[in-house]
Every structure is written in C-alpha cells, then in structure tokens.
Design a binder for this molecule. Structure first.
Ligand SMILES: *[C@@H]1O[C@H](CO)[C@@H](O)[C@H](O)[C@H]1NC(C)=O
Ligand SMILES: *[C@@H]1O[C@H](CO)[C@@H](O)[C@H](O)[C@H]1NC(C)=O
Ligand SMILES: *[C@@H]1O[C@H](CO)[C@@H](O)[C@H](O)[C@H]1NC(C)=O
Ligand SMILES: *[C@@H]1O[C@H](CO)[C@@H](O)[C@H](O)[C@H]1NC(C)=O
Ligand SMILES: *[C@@H]1O[C@H](CO)[C@@H](O)[C@H](O)[C@H]1NC(C)=O
Ligand SMILES: *[C@@H]1O[C@H](CO)[C@@H](O)[C@H](O)[C@H]1NC(C)=O
Ligand SMILES: *[C@@H]1O[C@H](CO)[C@@H](O)[C@H](O)[C@H]1NC(C)=O
Ligand SMILES: *[C@@H]1O[C@H](CO)[C@@H](O)[C@H](O)[C@H]1NC(C)=O
Length: 581
C-alpha cells in the first residue's frame, strides 16, 4: 500500500484522495476506440480508451486507458484542444492528480483547453494493472510501511546492500513467474507504448498534435514521444528533466549531480533565516552541516523507539537520511518543518518527526485482495514494471552493485538511498525485444519544446535539462533559480507566466532565461497557511510584491495548488510529504 507506506501527512492526502476518487467506479465503463464521456468526479468527465496491448500485434488484445478531463469552458470557436499532463513516477496516477487539481490547471493554462489526466497503461485505473501481490497482507510483508524498512540506507550497515540485492532478485523472479502465468503481458508496459497511447488519445480527441506537460519521469515520456512522433508535437513542456539516454541505460547516477547543492541550500537558507524561522539554526552553514552530521552519527549509534496512539516504529539512521533527502524535493514546502523536526530530534524527542513522516499502522483484512483495499495507487509496482522494463537489462552480483553504489557515492552523500534504483532493476527479467531505448532527440519536431530545469534539483540536475535541450534543436531551456524537484516546488511568475504563454500563444521565452522563485524558502512559521496540516495545502508561502496584480497572485496560487496535488506522487513514486511536527 503505497498509500499507507508514506508519511502521515501523505496518508491523509491519500485518504482524501480516496474519498474523492471513490466517487466513481471505473469498472462500470466499457473501453472503446472512441472517447465516450461519462460524468464522474465533480466537474469532470471520464472515458476508457481501448488501445492495442502490443502495437506490433493487435491480436494480443487490448489495454484500456483511464482518461479524465475537465472540459474547456471557452466558446467552441476559442477551443484549443486537450493538454495532457503526466505527474512522473513512473507510475504516478495521472487521473488522480488532475482530478485533485484540475481547476488550478485551468486557472493557470486558460479556459480554452480540456485539462486531461490519464493513468498510463499498468497504472491505477488503467488495465491490465500491475500488481505484484495477490493480497494486501502479502504486499504489506514485502513493502513495509516504515520508510526506514522500505528505503533502508545502503550505508546503515554492511549487510543492507546484499539483503536488498537478494530481495529484489527474488521480486524479479517472482514477478516473472507470475507474469508468465498471466500470459506475459507485462513486457508491453513500457514508455514507448505509453507514448503511442498518448497519440491514440490525441487522435481520439479529433486532434492531430499532442499538447503535453510532463514533470520528472514525465520528461522521459515527453522526449520519447517527440522522438517517435516529431511531427505530432503541438506543444510540449518538460520540467524536472531526466536525460532519456541515462534513463534507458538504467544508470541514473547523474541524477545526484545537484543533490548536495540542494542540501547546501538548506544549510545556507537556515543560517540566513535566523533562529526564529529555522529551528535547527546555528550561526553558519557549516556549523548547521556539522550539527546534522553529529545528529546522524548519534542516531546511528542509538536509534529512538517511538510509540504514538496511531503507530509505532523506530527513528534510526535510515529514517533520518530519508527524512532529509525527501525534504530536498520540496524545500519551499518542507524546510521549515524539517528544521523543527531536526531540532526535536537533537533535543531527544523523536515523536514529532516520526508522526509527521510515517504512516498510521495499517489495518486490513488479511485475505483482502489488493485492489479491494482502501488505496488506489500501485505506483511502487508500476514504477518498477515500467522503469525496469524500459532499462537496458543488467544482472550484477553484490560486488558489482557495491562498486556502482560507491561510484555514485563519490557524487553525492545521498547515493545510500538513490542507488536503490539500481538494485530494484537488477536482474529484472521482463524486457520486450525491440522496445524503444533511444537514442532520444529530433531535429524536426513540429513545434519547439519548452524545457525547464532548476538550478539545484536533487533528482534531476540542470545538466540533464541542458543535454535534453541539445537533443531537440530549436527547443528553449528555461532555468528556474531554485532548489527542489521540478519548477512546481516554487511558484514563479516568470517561469509559470512563460509556461502559460507557451500553451496559450505559442510564445517561447528568450533562450537563456533565468527565473526567480516567488516563494519563501524559510517563511516565518506564523506565515504558513493555517491549514498546512493537510498535504493538499503545502507549507509554500508566496513572496508577494506590491507590483503584483490580482491576476499575478492568482497564477501563483494556481501553481501552488498544482504542486500540492502533484508533488506527493511525482519524484520517487512516493514523496514523503512534510507537515510541521
Ligand atoms: C463497480 O462496478 C462493478 C461493475 O458494475 C461492480 O461489480 C462492483 O461491485 C462495483 N464496485 C463498487 C465498489 O461499487
Ligand atoms: C480492441 O479494441 C478494438 C477497438 O479499439 C475492438 O475493435 C477490438 O474488438 C478489441 N479487441 C479485443 C480483443 O477486445
Ligand atoms: C524528421 O526527421 C527524421 C530523421 O531525422 C525523419 O525520419 C522524419 O521523416 C522527419 N519527419 C518530418 C515530418 O520531417
Ligand atoms: C554510471 O554512470 C556513471 C556516471 O556517468 C559512471 O561513472 C559509471 O561508470 C556508470 N556505471 C555503469 C555501470 O555504467
Ligand atoms: C562478481 O562479478 C565480477 C565481475 O564479473 C567477478 O569478477 C566476481 O568474481 C563476481 N563475484 C562473485 C562473488 O561472484
Ligand atoms: C556512511 O556513513 C558514515 C557516517 O555514519 C559517513 O561518514 C560516510 O561518509 C557515509 N558514506 C557514504 C558513502 O555516504
Ligand atoms: C496571449 O496573447 C494575448 C494577446 O496578445 C495576451 O492578451 C495574453 O496575455 C497572452 N497570454 C499569456 C499567458 O501571456
Ligand atoms: C489540522 O489538524 C487539526 C488536528 O488534527 C484539526 O483539528 C484541524 O481541523 C486540521 N485543520 C485542517 C484545516 O485540516
């Protein structure tokens, strides 16, 4: 239960998510090759589109793609078609994120568009759906809710890496066996086929070209589409860019190029913010860094047992590593709360950070089937099936995986978490012959891409955005001067005004544009939104200026709302959201 595995705050949002998404029963729809719209969520319409499971052999049967739209409210003469959004992961629930934030998308992008979310094949409401386990209990045993068990630091003890290696070798054997029993369909759940599905969606809308916004892994989907169908690009924004060559090679080491820069922004931001805004304050950045190192060292030596009315668990080295790493994804929403949590830990009180960052102890019927449980996400499974299915196959022994990790650790101190990706796909057995694996790029896309990269993104370095811009001559790279993963972490009039103008009017920002964030990195705690205990409203505090018009403020609010709905699922399939402890 991806849902329950996350932090309490994230759980809350998934329960809210569940409440909203449970309003519609997708199995009442029949998939057809046209879009037949049925009212589903408030203001939304839904449809199931039949597409070939195997584009090379339609006799293998169909997949059905769950699609939702918030229809355009402009007069038909002004209608500009659908914009498809992908929230990353891979495996992020496109339907859910758009249902949660469709109105904000429409506010930002304009009423001329249908705002469209879809669950990629294998994901959530689309079928066939990737499930590794038959029951919720079985899933629970393999994927414990505690983050430190789920994402153990490879540096917490010498046998973690070998055990993780063995665990995912086992998963890959197990899933291959299960898939073979089910007719070997999982080989078709790959990014190239999702790109082909997007073209089918566009055509079913009666349009010729794709209008698309993809963040994080959604950039791989976008650049793959633009490579396969360069003449079908209407508008394409990719934001928080993964260089697709690295993706398809299965080596995501360079993801860590700017990670420690994002951590540095916590130290310098905290030092500058002062003790009233940053609870983990010390006079200099290097003292804060050294205080965090001491705290990490002491927790490694002696972890905290934590018992709350709703849960119990251990705050240990892995927990702390993950707590800090996850905060780097969404600094503007998280840093203030993270600093409070670190100060609590340093004072010997582990309950607040634990409560903020872990799930309630799950309760379920042991025999309940996975999809009968109150969760809808299968992001973790879909992430592995899609990611590992895309990657060049590799099967390394423990020594080789350790060398890989140690090489990555030269680049970033967070390789102890990130190298897990390499382990998840190590020995993965389901690879379709002839699938697209690059090279990515096209000289003749029918419209230039708008590519957005932050200066200190902990998962997708600026270099990857630059490399991708070079693969698509004519595209424009816009740089947002902020830490965090994707531009959505920090609303910016400059970035998001350019994005809106690109979709509405086709205008591209000047090459080399660098945009500032209109958000506070360390806002005063009393400035935080009063409902910041829900992840659906983050801790992001806008930096307003007197020159801003009411429209400007609405644009920033819309971006904040989109980020709130989308970012909890985007980067690693499971972002650990933060609230003030
Ligand atoms: C959803 O609809 C299907 C088909 O009509 C039905 O079998 C199922 O019980 C429904 N599920 C819920 C939760 O209502
Ligand atoms: C697949 O969908 C098409 C419509 O797109 C339909 O004609 C065909 O019968 C479906 N095939 C199967 C095996 O369901
Ligand atoms: C775009 O370029 C590729 C090769 O570079 C070529 O195969 C394709 O036909 C071109 N497409 C168009 C629409 O010009
Ligand atoms: C992965 O990429 C990194 C960075 O480019 C490189 O140093 C390393 O040798 C690569 N490892 C493998 C196994 O390809
Ligand atoms: C792991 O692989 C390397 C390189 O192929 C090989 O030299 C080494 O003997 C292997 N180690 C074990 C324990 O099998
Ligand atoms: C592993 O953790 C220790 C402290 O516990 C630290 O000194 C060391 O640098 C870490 N190694 C890596 C590769 O991150
Ligand atoms: C698009 O162009 C129109 C007409 O010039 C302008 O009024 C509008 O503000 C532009 N939209 C954006 C988002 O810049
Ligand atoms: C925040 O949490 C408190 C305590 O759990 C609750 O009473 C309050 O209603 C919540 N506020 C919002 C806006 O969700």
């Amino acid at each position: 239960m991806i849902v329950k595995v996350a932090v309490a705050a994230l759980i809350l949002s998934w329960l809210e998510f569940h409440g909203v998404l449970a309003q519609f029963n997708w199995t009442t729809l029949t998939a057809t090759d046209t879009l037949t719209w049925t009212p589903c969520y408030p203001g939304f319409q839904c449809s199931l589109l039949a597409v070939p499971l195997d584009y090379d052999d339609p006799s293998k049967g169909n997949a059905s793609i769950a699609i939702t739209r918030l229809p355009s409210t402009a007069p038909p003469s002004e209608y500009l078609g659908p914009i498809l959004f992908n929230p990353g992961g891979p495996g992020g629930p496109g339907v859910g994120t758009v249902v949660l934030s469709g109105a904000a998308f429409a506010q930002l992008l304009g009423p001329q568009f249908d705002i469209v979310g879809f669950d990629p094949r294998g994901v959530t409401f689309s079928t066939p759906r990737v499930d590794f386990f038959a029951t919720a209990a079985e899933r629970q045993v393999w994927m414990p809710p505690d983050l430190n068990l789920r994402y153990p630091s490879l540096n917490s003890s010498s046998d973690v890496l070998p055990h993780q290696w063995a665990q995912y070798q086992l998963i890959s054997q197990w899933v291959a066996q299960r898939d073979a029993e089910q007719g070997s369909w999982m080989q078709y759940i790959t990014t190239d086929n999702v790109a082909r599905d997007m073209l089918r969606i566009v055509q079913a809308f009666g349009q010729e070209k794709l209008q698309y916004w993809g963040i994080s892994y959604g950039s791989v989907l976008g650049s793959t589409f633009a490579t396969l169908f360069p003449d079908k690009v209407g508008r394409m924004v990719i934001d928080g860019v993964v260089e697709a060559g690295a993706w398809y090679s299965g080596n995501l080491t360079l993801a860590m190029l700017d990670t420690d820069k994002a951590l540095e922004s916590f130290f310098t931001g905290c030092a500058d913010a002062g003790p009233s805004r940053c609870a983990f304050h010390a006079p200099t950045a290097s003292q804060i860094a050294s205080n965090l190192a001491s705290l990490t060292h002491s927790i490694h030596a002696q972890p905290f047992p934590v018992l709350t009315p709703f849960s119990h668990g251990i705050v240990d080295f892995s927990f702390l590593r993950d707590y800090v790493f996850a905060a780097l994804d969404t600094p503007y929403a998280s840093f203030v709360g993270t600093a409070v949590g670190l100060a609590d830990l340093a004072a010997g009180n582990a309950t607040p950070p634990f409560s903020a960052a872990s799930a309630e102890t799950p309760q379920f019927e042991c025999s309940a089937e996975v999809d009968a449980e109150p969760f809808f996400g299968n992001t973790f499974e879909a992430q592995i099936a899609i990611g590992c299915g895309d990657f060049l196959a590799y099967d390394e022994n423990v020594t080789e995986v350790r060398e890989f990790y140690e090489n990555e650790a030269k680049l970033s101190s967070f390789a102890d978490n990130w190298a897990l990706w390499r382990i998840w796909c190590n020995g993965w057995k389901i690879h379709r012959e002839g699938r697209f694996m690059g090279p990515v790029g096209a000289t003749n896309t029918s419209y230039p891409l708008l590519i957005i990269g932050n200066t200190a993104d902990p998962l997708t370095p600026h270099l990857w955005a630059q490399q991708t811009a070079e693969q698509f001559p004519g595209s424009v790279l816009l740089t947002q001067d902020s830490p965090g993963h994707t531009s959505l972490v920090a609303p910016s009039l400059c970035t998001h005004g350019a994005l809106a103008a690109y979709f509405q009017n086709g205008t591209l920002p000047a090459p080399g544009t660098v945009c500032a964030a209109d958000a506070e990195l360390f806002p005063a705690i009393n400035e935080l939104p009063s409902n910041s205990n829900s992840t659906l409203t983050s801790g992001v505090v806008l930096k307003r200026s007197s020159q801003m018009s009411e429209e400007d403020v609405q644009l920033l609010e819309a971006v904040r709302a989109i980020g709130d709905a989308v970012l909890p699922v985007a980067p690693r399939g499971l972002r650990k959201a933060f609230k003030l402890p």
